[in-house]
Design a protein around this ligand. Structure first.
Ligand code: AMP
Ligand code: MG
Length: 418
């Protein structure tokens, strides 16, 4: 477990910016050192434990990039076409029997090793074979054309994958290209997830007239899984300090992170704060983010706890900015900052200076064919439809106070948030 001190989430200021929150998490959360070895087919989404240097250049040998005819550079036609006799045929996976003879050309196929002495390949579409069977080559081809030199992709010894890389399919492909069969990765981060609230019923259980089904827990568990976590679904805790405290304390020992949703405001029926304080330490981060409200950060027996707000959209947005960096820090992952892409706004919006806002929005083609972004028509932080019927978030920085149609704004796809 990543042992944290009780005061590790302490923060002096009244309002915390999103950047301050991420900075604090990155510096104060310790990475877990436990590793495991996984087969390549199971490596997607895991965090690489060690640097991997190329012990093999890629490509491993110089080969043809096209189906065609290989020649020595000395035999490249200069100003008129030249007919050269054929000498040899090399398929992918085969080897030339001898170096290419001067004044000759060899039939070669994509991926086949270049015969010794051959330096350039003519594409088969650019040549013709004359009546005598000679290959007629056009003038003007650049020396070295259509050849992939050994190591042109990755030279031997180059550190091609870095420790902390969150593996995606292309990284797995690179490991396979080096001939590796397994990778050392950080073990999965174990996260305990609770919902809190007397108004919640679990799907599949009876729902009283004054209750709604718990949706956040399923959203958060799905988000955690996308981050590669092992999730313990611990159900719903009632709005009652003692049972909350007991439930949280029980899971601290065998999880790396405790995540709750609901009950972190300062109302009389928000009991998470008092519960955590009775078994550990807690600070409320008033983050300058909308939707958001306070996020609770705590430590129970050395295990970090994050208490997200109950409103689904606030829960979603604060997950992205607080839980994601925490999970990445626990896994020793390289930072993966979000980079909103500029898109033309097709809406008007007013906001307060000094806080960052995330507006649920979708992209569409404007009348002139350019991409533009439209805002979901309603704003409530409880509207699940607003997350379902949009494709991402417009990020409006702290300095912005208004958006007018035609202005560029930064857009983040939901698909890129985790
Ligand atoms: P709270 O943060 O506990 O004050 O809750 C704020 C709002 O979010 C209330 O309307 C709750 O009913 C709602 N809410 C809290 N937890 C959940 C949950 N797990 N799933 C769906 N809605 C929730
Ligand atoms: Mg509540």
């Amino acid at each position: 477990m990543a042992q944290l001190s009780d005061d590790c989430f302490a923060f002096g200021g009244p309002m915390m910016s999103v950047d301050e929150a991420v900075g604090l998490i990155t510096t104060r959360v310790n990475a877990i050192a436990d590793l495991e070895t996984v087969a390549l087919v199971d490596a997607d989404g895991r965090v690489l434990a060690h640097d991997i240097a190329a012990h093999l250049p890629l490509p491993p040998f110089t080969n043809s990039a096209v189906d065609g005819y290989a020649v020595r550079n000395a035999d490249l036609p200069q100003s008129t076409e030249q007919a050269l006799p054929l000498d040899g045929r090399i398929q992918a996976g085969g080897l030339a029997q001898a170096p290419i003879k001067p004044g000759h050309t060899a039939r070669i196929f994509t991926g086949a090793p270049m015969p010794l002495g051959a330096e350039t390949v003519f594409m088969q579409e650019d040549v013709r074979v004359d009546k005598s069977g000679k290959v007629v080559l056009p003038p003007g081809l650049k020396p070295g054309a259509n050849v992939r030199p050994a190591g042109e992709d990755i030279p031997e010894g180059y550190v091609a994958l870095r420790a902390g890389q969150r593996l995606r399919p292309q990284h797995v492909a690179l490991a396979a290209a080096f001939g590796l069969t397994s990778l050392d990765v950080v073990r999965r981060i174990r996260v305990a997830v609770f919902s809190t609230g007397d108004e919640l019923a679990s799907p599949g259980e009876p729902r009283a007239a004054s209750q709604l089904f718990d949706s956040n827990r399923f959203m958060l568990m799905a988000m955690l899984r996308r981050l590669g976590c092992e999730v313990s679904d611990l159900g719903i805790l009632r709005d009652e300090r003692t049972s909350l405290a007991h439930g949280l304390k029980q899971v601290a020992g065998d999880h790396d992170l405790i995540l709750t949703t609901g009950g972190v405001s300062t109302g009389e029926e928000d009991h998470v704060k008092a519960a955590v304080e009775s078994v550990g330490s807690l600070v409320l981060w008033r983050m300058a983010i909308k939707p958001g409200r306070p996020v609770a950060m705590g430590v129970i027996d050395g295990t970090p706890l994050i208490g997200l707000p109950g409103n689904p959209v606030a829960s979603f947005v604060t997950f992205v900015h607080v839980v994601r960096p925490t999970v990445l820090a626990l896994a020793g992952s390289l930072p993966e900052p979000h980079l909103p892409i500029p898109v033309r706004a097709a809406f008007t919006y007013r906001k307060k200076e000094g806080r960052r806002e995330y507006v649920r929005a979708s992209l569409r083609r404007g009348k002139d064919g350019t991409l533009e972004v439209i805002k979901f028509p309603r704003e409530g932080a409880g509207l699940l439809s607003s997350l379902v019927e949009t494709s991402g978030l417009v990020e409006l920085g702290e300095d912005i106070t208004q958006v007018e149609p035609g202005q560029d704004v930064g857009f983040l796809f939901y698909a890129d948030l985790l």
